[in-house]
Design a protein around this ligand. Structure first.
Ligand code: SF4
Length: 306
């Protein structure tokens, strides 16, 4: 079996030869981040990809992320390294369900978190990221019902910040972040009383309310880097704990819970990346013209408003 370094060198060589740009979401493992051209949140990666010269993009992440890259760069060939990596939250609701709601609420507005399928985005008015959700919803009218999907927790976080908005939710959310309990937060705090608690708004509202800082993955990483505090309890995917500890060795990082592991995000391995570049693995993302055009509408509005 090839060693990690050997595999990484082979990937870096092949990437150049085959004209690929590699994107890796920050929930990926450290060894994958090391071979990526860009790392970050899903939407930030999609925007980065629009400015690269390579004709091929390889996404190390989950399917909706690769689809978002394709939506923003339809002329590029977009491949996901692990074709089996989906996001359970992104697949919780269908376009047909959203269209049925719209029929019953003709004045209603539908806001979709970027963590949704491309097909569902076709039926939505606005797309948001966890970092832009409050800003974008704040610009929507107070007197119209706003269906915020799929994440009830992120929606509740937005609703608390914007009490004049008529937000409604369905019962969706990230099974990983939503599984974290207040009791776990309290236990982590007892073990590390000096540490600040930084959580993602996909966590349940009682967990978010008991945190010192709430933000997207990138915002959590920036906050930890800039903060004068020296220890932190991290309430998002545990690979972020590893990355932060690597980037900021003078500070201490603790996972809020050992269970904060996204199995889909962990599916991608270096051999997957290699076989995707070799053309024997990975999955090319293909979206037809109607899908590309219709799903782009809510994304373009997000870019305009965000
Ligand atoms: S952590 Fe949650 S939202 Fe992110 S990919 Fe995994 S299941 Fe989806």
């Amino acid at each position: 079996m090839m060693q990690t370094k050997e595999l990484q060198q082979k990937i870096l060589r092949l990437k150049k030869e085959k004209d690929f740009c590699i994107l890796a979401h920050t929930y990926q493992s450290h060894e994958i981040l090391e071979i990526a051209d860009f790392t970050g949140d899903s939407f930030a990666l999609s925007r980065k990809a629009t400015g690269v010269s390579e004709k091929n993009i390889l996404m190390c992440g989950v399917r909706f992320m690769a689809e978002t890259v394709k939506l923003l760069s339809p002329d590029k060939r977009v491949v996901i390294a692990s074709g089996d990596a989906g996001c359970p939250m992104a697949e919780q609701f269908t376009r047909a369900e959203v269209e049925a709601w719209r029929k019953e609420h003709p004045e209603g507005i539908v806001v979709a978190y970027v963590n949704t399928t491309t097909d569902l985005k076709r039926a939505c008015d606005y797309c948001v990221t966890s970092a832009s959700a409050v800003k974008i919803v704040s610009r929507l009218p107070d007197d119209r019902e706003i269906l915020f999907i799929p994440d009830k927790n992120l929606g509740s976080y937005v609703a608390k910040k914007l009490p004049t908005k008529k937000l409604v939710f369905w019962n969706g959310g990230c099974p990983i972040h939503n599984s974290i309990t207040l009791k776990e937060l309290q236990t982590a705090k007892e073990q590390h009383p000096e540490a600040l608690v930084l959580t993602h708004p996909e966590c349940a509202s009682e967990v978010v309310s008991a945190s010192d800082f709430i933000g997207s993955t990138t915002e959590i990483m920036d906050y930890a880097a800039k903060s004068e505090a020296s220890s932190f309890i991290i309430g998002t995917e545990n690979n972020i704990v590893t990355h932060l500890q690597y980037e900021l060795p003078e500070k201490q990082f603790y996972p809020l819970s050992k269970r904060l592991i996204c199995a889909d995000m962990r599916l991608t391995s270096l051999p997957d990346v290699l076989s995707a570049l070799e053309g024997t693995g990975g999955l090319e993302i293909e979206l037809d013209g109607d899908t590309l055009r219709e799903a782009r509408v809510c994304i373009d509005r997000m870019i305009e408003m965000g």
